[in-house]
Ligand binder design. Structure first.
Ligand SMILES: C=C1C[C@]23C[C@@]1(O)CC[C@H]2[C@@]12CC[C@H](O)[C@@](C)(C(=O)O1)[C@H]2[C@@H]3C(=O)O
Ligand SMILES: O=C(O)CCC(=O)C(=O)O
Ligand SMILES: [Fe+2]
Length: 331
């Protein structure tokens, strides 16, 4: 019998040494950077970006506002539901040791915050300032990806998230410190960190690209092909970028959307801010002709982002929803 636990303790394989995950200097030589990003997306679906150009003050301001909000009494935070959530992730029974704000991040949005009481009055401006700057970084990376892949229209991916109807989101996650239950507090061969309680369970992000920033508390882990979990060393001055399902489809499987999760820390609060760059609901998700050849036939059938979003929300956090859209293999 499998017992569901709201704060599952992991016992799976976690890399105890560090491996070098790709680091991209966004101010480097353009043709070198675009090749580096493509290689990182092919090898890991994940990389770290330094020199991203987002104002550190913009970042510090939103982080401070978010800590301010999460520090309020629960009765006040709950008044911001459904934008605010605690422990429930999605609508299908997924739980995690996390509280969050999930906000629209389209260029004409943040309007939803108008309706929320107990969100600081200037929160709307703070969120817009951050998402606008981060959207620029996401667009820049998507243009570099198109260049590196030889896609003739280098704005093919970026125009989807620049669109005023883009369905992009900003998620502010707060993982309160959570002592490890004594029964699990033993030393094993991988027990070299205090992060063992799952805050946000294993999943891939459904959108095009995610730009993640966290404070200096470790917690993010990415999954390698062989099922090994790789802890990501936090760097508050950098962004971590991961390929989402839509980019996997639009590159005809050349990039893989990386599975990842976030662990809590036993002593410190962890805060992450994830910008999910998404297309408009009506956008058709299809790989460009240059990536669909007789040698690399289309792996996925065409669909809209609305179709994909519907499937996503009908499934559990850890489900591999992309498989629903694969072309049948005809032998
Ligand atoms: C359980 C769920 C939460 C989620 C929607 C879903 O049904 C499956 C995907 C989940 C996820 C993961 C990445 C992002 O955090 C998120 C906002 C998204 O787009 O897909 C969440 C969804 C959510 O929390 O609403
Ligand atoms: O908190 C993190 O580092 C990851 C959060 C995440 O994966 C998400 O919000 O989708
Ligand atoms: Fe994620």
């Amino acid at each position: 019998m499998v017992l569901a636990s709201p704060n599952p303790i992991t016992s799976d394989r976690i890399l105890s040494t560090t491996i070098e995950l790709p680091v991209v200097d966004l101010k480097g030589d353009r043709s070198v950077v675009s090749k580096l990003i493509v290689k990182a997306c092919e090898d890991f679906g994940f990389f770290k970006v330094i020199n991203h150009g987002v104002n550190q003050e913009t970042i510090a301001t939103i982080e401070e506002a978010a800590f301010g909000f999460f520090g309020k009494p629960m009765s006040q935070k709950k008044m911001a539901a459904p934008v605010y959530g605690c422990k429930n992730i999605g609508f299908n029974g997924d739980m995690g040791e996390v509280e969050y704000l999930l906000l629209n991040a389209t260029s004409n949005s943040s309007s939803i915050l108008h309706h929320i009481s107990n969100v600081p009055s200037n929160f709307r401006c703070i969120v817009s300032a951050y998402t606008e700057e981060v959207r620029e970084v996401a667009c820049e990376i998507l243009e570099l990806i198109a260049e590196g892949l030889g896609v003739p229209d280098t704005s093919l991916f970026s125009k989807l998230i620049k669109d005023s109807e883009s369905d992009s989101l900003l998620r502010l996650n707060h993982y309160p410190p959570l002592p490890i239950p004594p029964i699990h507090h033993c030393t094993t061969d991988w027990d070299n960190s205090s992060n063992k309680v799952v805050g946000f369970g294993e999943h891939s992000d459904p959108q095009i690209l995610t730009i993640l920033r966290s404070n200096d508390v470790p917690g993010l882990q990415i999954s390698l092909q062989d099922g090994l979990w790789v802890p990501v060393i936090p760097d508050p001055s950098a962004f971590f970028v991961n390929v989402g399902d839509v980019l996997e489809v639009m590159t005809n499987g050349r990039f893989a959307s990386v599975r990842h999760r976030a662990m809590t820390n036993s002593q410190k609060s962890r805060m992450s801010m994830a910008y999910f760059g998404a297309p408009p609901l009506t956008a058709r998700i299809v790989a460009p002709p240059v990536l669909v050849t007789p040698q690399t036939p289309s792996l996925f059938r065409p669909f809209t982002w609305a179709d994909y979003k519907k499937a996503t929300y009908s499934l559990r956090l850890g489900d591999t929803r992309i498989d629903l859209f694969r072309n049948r293999k005809d032998f």
